[in-house]
Design a protein around this ligand. Sequence first.
Ligand SMILES: [Zn+2]
Length: 74
Amino acid sequence: MASISRSHHHEKCPRCGSTLVSIEWDERVNAREVQNLWYCWNCKNEFVTTVTSGEKEPSVTEITAPFFTSLLVE
Ligand SMILES: [Zn+2]
């Protein structure tokens, strides 16, 4: 099997270093940048990261779509 390491971002909380974080909100700032608002379940901190994406973004959607379709079929 090929590596799937790029399928998900792993952010760390800047306050406590925990990886128990989840995206609360994301907003496209411009054509290339997306800001993510994260929530840390460990210390209840919220922080924002900016993701700069190139042409890779559409391919993520292509991978996600068939995945959800197969879930609906079953
Ligand atoms: Zn934290």
